[in-house]
Design a protein around this ligand. Structure first.
Ligand code: UDP
Ligand code: MG
Length: 308
């Protein structure tokens, strides 16, 4: 097969309801661009009939390739697999639930032809997400960008265009805990941004909620920043300095006013407070240690059961 111009990368996890709608929507748009294309679906260990639906779709759409994972490895791994096997001159990862409007692909290509290697799609508003998700996402971006060496653009998801050389650079990042937003930002290259409105899912349910998002945020921060590790030096120094001052006041007070029996409530508060602080420090150490542990096993990022 010859090299297509455009590779579309679609991670799918339990998406049986949306695949057909997705293909019906995106195909006319891709045809209109008059570029050759391939659509790579990564079935990320779905427990419903996603794989069957994909295989059936392949009979009517020749440009489809299916990568089937041996189990659920998560969206980040699915994206990585898609990038690894993509052959296009440009690659566009897109969610299959049509929350990323495929109409943007034409604009992406225009910008690419103008000479940009990366075209980001920025969500102009996130009305389709819940209040809590919007607020927490905002907080995350602010915190992350404050304490990390690389900046991840606010409200930009995985939906974007990347040129071949960007994808080749991405492949050189060997870590197996993959926080894609960070990894994408890390490689750099000339970048531009276009804005769009994010629609609600056409069908099915989001698999990122509460606890999963919290862990995702932790992953993001620990992947690209060591500030949470270093901050303990300063917390420790401040507390030592304060206790030194406190010690001096006690000595001076004793010399002037004589011996005094301090309350045991304040003692207990200080002990518990410091205990809490120390445990938090150990917890953060543990977070990084766990990452080193996982990384040091050098396991593959995903396992492919088969390609169809
Ligand atoms: N996804 C995946 N593996 C997972 C979870 C999700 O490949 O373990 C895919 C999913 O099929 C969809 C995309 O990642 O194409 C985004 O997921 P979702 O719509 O659930 O997340 P949200 O849009 O709410 O962030
Ligand atoms: Mg979605």
């Amino acid at each position: 097969m010859s090299q297509p111009t455009l590779s579309i990368v679609c991670p799918c996890y339990n998406e049986e309801e949306v695949i057909d709608i997705f293909l019906e929507t995106i195909t006319p748009i891709l045809k209109k661009t008059q570029k050759s294309y391939e659509i790579i679906f990564i079935n990320d260990g779905s427990t419903d009939s996603t794989l069957e639906v994909l295989k059936r779709a392949k009979e009517s759409y020749a440009s489809i390739r299916i990568i089937n994972f041996a189990r659920n490895f998560g969206k980040e791994s699915a994206l990585t697999a898609g990038l690894d096997s993509s052959r296009g001159e440009v690659v566009v990862p897109i969610d299959v639930d049509l929350q990323d409007p495929p109409e943007l692909i034409e604009l992406f290509l225009q910008k690419w032809e103008e000479g940009y290697d990366v075209v980001l799609a920025k969500r102009a508003n996130r009305q389709s997400d819940s209040f809590f998700k919007r607020k927490s996402a905002n907080l995350f971006y602010r915190l992350h960008n404050k304490i990390s060496a690389i900046e991840i653009p606010n409200n930009v998801g995985d939906y974007r265009l990347m040129s071949r050389r960007v994808v080749e650079s991405l492949k050189e990042l060997p870590e197996n805990q993959r926080f894609m937003k960070g990894i994408f930002a890390w490689v750099g290259y000339p970048t531009t941004t276009i804005e769009y409105t994010r629609e609600p899912r056409v069908a099915g349910e989001s698999s990122f909620n509460g606890w999963k998002l919290w862990n995702f945020a932790l992953d993001g921060i620990t992947s690209f920043s060591t500030v949470p590790l270093r901050v303990w030096l300063y917390i420790g120094m401040s507390i030592s300095a304060l206790s030194f001052l406190f010690g001096i006041t006690i000595i001076v007070k004793t010399l002037i006013f004589g011996v005094d029996l301090p309350g045991y409530a304040s003692m207990l508060t200080v002990i518990l407070f410091l205990g809490g602080i120390q445990l938090m420090g150990i917890g953060i150490l543990g977070e990084y240690l766990g990452r080193i542990y996982n990384e040091s096993k050098r396991r593959p990022i995903y396992i492919i059961e088969g390609e169809y």
